[in-house]
Design a protein around this ligand. Structure first.
Ligand SMILES: Cc1cc2nc3c(=O)[nH]c(=O)nc-3n(C[C@H](O)[C@H](O)[C@H](O)COP(=O)(O)O)c2cc1C
Length: 350
């Protein structure tokens, strides 16, 4: 086996292993802070709940809901069916969706089908490609353009995951030069670049650098949901690796705190990390988010069936609509900035 094939086989089988661990293991850690946030109840909503519209505009695209399917999978033939179901849901509900890291398919084009299946299932949906900042630094705009072309994406997500790389023995432990690579891409690409974290959150300082680099949007990917350190703890081949993963499983900026740190520049922000209901999405929008992303809550039903996934999305949309009604918000613009109470650790941190 050539070194290249060896590497791409490894990247691909790791994607499948991650999917299995996320579906079966206890991999959520930390507190997102959404339990500390309470929307102010409005006893006089003075609107018709059945006429509430959660539709939003994001990067000039009209979406029927702020629910965003966060980046998860692709990169192994066995992930294609899950991606097809997620794509069908994105198309049916007209919601945005990000695919998982396309690195495996960029290393081995035989795996492209596990990503392009999403565009086949979702010809009209807002789709985001996905590439790691470290891969962008190494492979440049050529890989970024190929990732976008592979799924005919409307935007490209560049993911930041220094925590996961740090606790992985095979991880990339050198992240120098990533901001220059992001800046070069933002200044040269024809498509919008969204920079996202993967569960440890983005601070105000990092957000400032990303806006200056030209990011079109930021996806906060805060602490409190899927923890990649916890995933790596379960993957660890020996006790010291497992311990390392456990020690860092609640490292990061809680999702609500990260959202508050990143919002306020008037630029589009996706809240993600530990959002677990339509009520959490409503809270995120009140705090300034444009969209609310979810990964793990959609993965389990997507692994089961299209029916289970559609039902889950309907439930989230219903929760969002009722929360909008009970805050007297006829649309997301009215929900933005609605008063909230912030208590507990979240209140202390902000
Ligand atoms: C199974 C799985 C695979 C993921 N793969 C990727 C990925 O390839 N690229 C990426 O940017 N984020 C990836 N993520 C991170 C999510 O996009 C999201 O930022 C994170 O899981 C927090 O959201 P959650 O708490 O709703 O799961 C993955 C998440 C899950 C659960």
């Amino acid at each position: 086996m050539s070194e290249k094939t060896d590497k791409s086989t490894y990247t691909s089988s790791r994607k499948l292993e991650h999917l299995r661990i996320c579906c079966s293991g206890d991999i959520e850690a930390g507190s997102s802070g959404f339990d500390d946030v309470r929307l102010v109840h409005n006893s006089l909503p003075e609107c018709n709940m059945d006429k509430i519209s959660p539709a939003v505009r994001f990067l000039d695209y009209r979406l029927n809901s702020p629910l965003f399917i966060s980046a998860m999978t692709g990169g192994h033939p066995d992930t294609a069916e899950v991606n097809r179901r997620l794509g069908e849901a994105a198309e049916h509900f007209n919601i945005g969706m990000g695919v998982g890291s396309q690195r495996a398919a960029l290393e081995n084009p035989d795996l492209e089908d596990s990503f392009s299946v999403v565009r086949e299932a979702a010809p009209g949906a807002f789709l985001c490609g996905n590439l790691g900042a470290v891969q962008l630094r190494e492979k440049g705009a050529e890989w970024a353009d190929r990732a976008v072309e592979m799924i005919d994406a409307q935007a490209l997500c560049i993911h930041l995951n220094p925590l996961q790389e740090a606790v992985q023995p095979e991880g990339d432990h050198d992240s120098s030069g990533c901001i220059e690579a992001i800046s070069e891409l933002c200044n040269s690409s024809k498509y919008p670049v969204i920079v996202k974290e993967t569960g440890a959150g983005i601070s105000a300082e990092v957000a400032g650098k990303l806006w200056s680099a030209g990011a079109a949007a930021i996806d906060t990917g805060g602490l409190g949901g899927t923890s990649w350190a916890a995933v790596e703890a379960l993957r660890g081949k020996d006790e010291s690796l497992r311990l390392l993963g456990r020690d860092f499983s609640d490292w990061g900026i809680p999702a609500v705190v990260s959202l508050i740190e990143v919002c306020g520049e008037g630029k589009p922000v996706i809240a993600s990390g530990g959002l677990r209901s339509g009520i959490d999405i409503a809270k995120a929008i009140a705090l300034g988010a444009a969209l609310g992303g979810m990964a793990l809550p959609l993965l389990k039903p997507a692994m089961e069936s299209s029916g289970a996934l559609f039902e889950k999305i309907r439930q989230i949309q219903d929760e969002l609509r009722i929360a909008m009604y009970l805050t007297g918000s006829v649309n997301c613009a009215a929900l933005a900035g609605k008063r909230v109470y912030i208590t507990g650790k979240t209140g202390e941190m902000i």
